[in-house]
Write a protein that binds this ligand. Structure first.
Ligand code: TRP
Ligand code: ZN
Length: 483
């Protein structure tokens, strides 16, 4: 499993290097209590971006979305998508105009609270000027009618993401951005919202999205509408839609629906068996991290050569079939399910803190392996501590830069950072911290500085030097010892 993901990380890194991206060197902090660098000066939030230094045009400022209602009709034979998106939001400030992110497609109609609004396109931004400014503190509803052939994002940041037309349908997937290729969205994890999906496809194809399945009904022209609902706040990059020929399996676990799907083109076997372990893995992780955060379980295995990774799409991760070519693989399932707590329920507030997601998900793989009677987490740590290459020690996982967002430093050194913390504070404090962190930040956003503060509070020790070395240092830290 790790081999495949590392393969991807390498590929992404190479692609970014070719695209001429460079790591943002971030200022190191002097402060004793919070070693996290602040946002790079010079990137200020505005209508066209939330102010994420790594992705200046991601998301939009001025409002907060509560719910997306996405009605989409897609015909794989023509690759034509027709969408009707309702975005319920609250204005943070007076809004004479506001932006949504939308890449490609043609906007036909925009209303704000039912009144037609002026709209223009500026690159991947949809700029909406309501008939009258929306006043600070008020809730408003934007409705956007649009259509066209969706195109994946090939942006300067992280390669391909978004809606992909596949052999028998489509897959909408990608990190850090993908949603804006198929609906107008505040496309940054800092603005989480509930989602209702109504996806209409030719009869006979399956549609899988996030959350709780709400059934199907016949639609005009021999189509079927599938409804899905994710009630818990969700970051936009964690939304997914998968359309095509799939073997589905449904059930119930701890009172929650289970819905999984495996591409029908794959032989029945390792992929089905691995995804079927989802609830068992989730139950184990629940014993370590605290209550499973969402109302549904599941997983989707896609057989699409352009998707060579897995993604922790909320309540229902999507896996490349590659993970299961060598037989059952519950390591990748443990990784993506760990993200349900760390990444999905507790989301980054800005992309530079990605190690909070990937370090903890990598560590969950180590814990799961140990729980399965394989290598201990201590052995996994020692192996990587001894053999990681220069790049891992040179790139600080707490400030990796865009080019190294999904590098081995973030994943492997991120996991080693978690283990170094465990060794330093002892198991009792460490496992209390994991549960406290998941509970305190549940359904929210968090930063590294907050993680450090929570760790210091729960463990009753000053830990800034540990995090300074493991997250921000540019050489291999000394091996951890119990304090
Ligand atoms: N976050 C994914 C995981 O850890 C992997 C990943 C890295 C990814 N970069 C991506 C997924 C780009 C989709 C797109 O499981
Ligand atoms: Zn991950």
């Amino acid at each position: 499993m790790s081999r495949n993901r590392r393969g991807l990380a390498l590929l992404v890194t190479v692609a970014l290097a070719l695209a001429g991206c460079t790591a943002d060197p971030e200022p190191r902090r002097e402060s004793r209590s919070t070693p996290t660098p602040e946002a790079t000066p010079g990137v200020t939030p505005g209508p066209a971006g939330v102010g994420d230094p790594y992705f200046p045009t991601a998301g939009n400022s001025g409002y907060d979305v509560e719910r997306y209602t996405l009605k989409v009709r897609y015909d794989p034979t023509s690759d034509e998508l027709r969408g009707d998106a309702t975005v319920r939001a609250t204005a943070d400030t007076d809004l004479p105009l506001f932006h949504l992110d939308l890449a490609g497609l043609t906007v036909r109609r925009v209303t704000v609270d039912g009144t037609p609004a002026r709209h223009t396109r500026e690159g991947t931004e949809l700029v909406v000027t309501p008939a009258a400014p929306v006043r600070a503190g008020t809730a408003f509803t934007v409705q956007v009618g649009y259509d066209g052939r969706p195109e994946p994002l090939r942006n300067e940041t992280i390669g391909e993401g978004g809606w992909l037309h596949t052999a028998d349908g489509a897959v909408a997937l990608g990190q850090p951005e993908s949603a804006s290729t198929w609906f107008p969205v505040n496309d940054h994890p800092s603005d989480k919202a509930a989602y209702d999906f109504e996806i209409t496809v030719p009869k006979g194809l399956v549609v899988v999205a996030n959350g709780v399945p709400k059934g199907q009904r016949p639609a005009a022209g021999g189509f079927t509408t599938w409804r899905w609902s994710e009630a818990a706040p969700m970051a936009s990059y964690l939304s997914t839609v998968v359309i095509g020929k799939y073997r589905t399996s449904t059930g119930e676990h701890r009172g929650r629906p289970v819905f999984s799907a495996v591409a029908a083109s794959l032989p029945r076997g390792a992929a089905d068996e691995s995804v079927a372990r989802t609830v068992a893995v989730a139950d184990y992780l629940e014993s370590v991290f605290g209550p499973y955060p969402f109302a549904a379980y599941g997983g989707v295995v896609v057989d699409e050569p352009r998707i060579r990774y897995a993604l922790e799409t909320q309540s229902r991760p999507v896996y490349s079939a590659n993970f299961f070519r060598g037989g059952e693989n519950t390591g990748v399932v443990a990784h993506e399910l760990a993200h349900q707590w760390f990444g999905d329920s507790v989301s980054v507030a800005r992309w530079s803190d990605i190690w909070l997601n990937e370090g903890l998900a990598t560590y969950a793989e180590w814990l799961w392996a140990e729980h399965q009677g394989r290598d201990t987490a201590q052995a996994a740590f020692e192996q990587r501590y001894a053999s990681s290459d220069d790049q891992v020690w040179r790139v600080p996982p707490g400030a990796p830069g865009v080019a190294n967002l999904f590098s081995d430093s973030v994943y492997e050194r991120g996991g080693m950072t978690v283990h170094a913390l465990r060794v330093t504070v002892g198991d009792d404090a460490f496992f209390r911290l994991l549960k406290t962190w998941a509970a305190d930040k549940r359904n929210g956003n968090a930063t590294t500085a907050e993680f450090v503060a929570t760790a210091e509070r729960v463990c009753g020790q000053q830990l800034d030097d540990l995090f300074a070395a493991w997250l921000y240092g540019t050489e291999r830290p000394a091996p951890p010892t119990r304090r």
